[in-house]
Ligand binder design. Structure first.
Ligand SMILES: NC(=O)c1ccc[n+]([C@@H]2O[C@H](COP(=O)([O-])OP(=O)(O)OC[C@H]3O[C@@H](n4cnc5c(N)ncnc54)[C@H](O)[C@@H]3O)[C@@H](O)[C@H]2O)c1
Length: 256
């Protein structure tokens, strides 16, 4: 029996086969789960193509997390894709305009900062609430963060968005816990995905990571983060919520 046998999961954020979410979906299927993906806009066709590279081709439903109509229609669209309830939801979404990253912290303007906060932080609440009608037997919501305790080089307002994201996860854990829904995050080290490569100067974040990590770190390998997401989706963390599991080779625990 697999770790996720019988689980029905909604996985956002599959853009390429390098996306962390792609590896979550792949591992989840390998461990026995049924998976539905989401995508939106011009990326939708690409996600459909990538979905064919999974062990089992997954249906893709439309969801822009900033679109009220998409959010309102989400539960029906998942049902139309043949899934009548959910046991887990993966938030693997992040975006900030380049103008608020790459060393532009002091120049960051609210219009762009607010986009970063809406897509990358508030969306965790939007997604969880939209999926709530399907989480009828409790479940697990898991998101991806980049350690928001520190001011990193070049991460700038995306770092502030991640701080808001981490706080949002704690409040969701408080409010969804009575329904049996757990909310946890995986704090991953740098991985060379599309989102990461869109951060101007991302190399400065990844270059020293493997030296500082007691376990070492491979920026080309999304599997460790994906495995932790799968574990948090499983029944093996039944009393854990509001938690952040670091999958960073140990960097978060080092003084230097
Ligand atoms: N790559 C890293 O170094 C790293 C490290 C820690 C955390 N993370 C986090 O992991 C998550 C996944 O990112 P990734 O690195 O796999 O990159 P990615 O580019 O493959 O995935 C980002 C996803 O966000 C989606 N997205 C953007 N705006 C959206 C919107 N309005 N509605 C719905 N979806 C939207 C994109 O379609 C894309 O699929 C993000 O939250 C990211 O911040 C990444």
């Amino acid at each position: 029996m697999g770790l996720l046998t019988g689980k029905k999961l909604l996985v956002t954020g599959v853009l390429t086969d390098g996306s962390i979410a792609f590896h979550v979906a792949r591992l989840a299927q390998e461990e026995g789960a049924q998976v539905v993906l989401t995508s939106f806009g011009r990326q939708f066709r690409l996600t459909q193509v990538i979905a064919r590279r999974l062990p089992v081709e997954a249906p893709v439903v439309q969801l822009d997390v900033t679109d009220a109509d998409d959010l309102a229609a989400l539960a029906d669209r998942v049902r139309e894709a043949g899934v009548d309830r959910l046991d887990g939801v993966v938030h693997s979404i992040g975006f900030a305009p380049q103008s608020v990253m790459g060393g532009n912290f002091l120049a960051g303007e609210w219009a762009d900062v607010s986009t970063a906060l809406e897509v990358s932080a508030y969306s965790l609440k939007s997604l969880a609430v939209a999926a709530q009608p399907l989480l009828t037997e409790g479940g697990s919501v898991v998101g991806l963060t980049f350690d928001a305790k520190f001011a990193w080089p070049v991460y700038d307002w995306m770092g502030v968005a991640k701080a808001a994201f981490e706080s949002t996860a704690r409040y969701l854990a408080r409010d969804l816990g009575p329904s049996g829904v757990r909310v946890n995050l995986v704090s991953a080290g740098p991985i060379r995905t599309t989102a990461a490569k869109s951060i101007p100067g991302f190399e400065t974040m990844e270059s020293r990571w493997s030296d500082r990590a007691p376990l070492g770190w491979d920026v080309t390998d999304p599997e460790p983060a994906a495995r932790a997401v799968a574990a948090l989706l499983s029944d093996w963390f039944p009393a854990t919520t509001g938690e952040i599991v670091h999958v960073d080779g140990g960097v978060h625990a080092m003084g230097q």
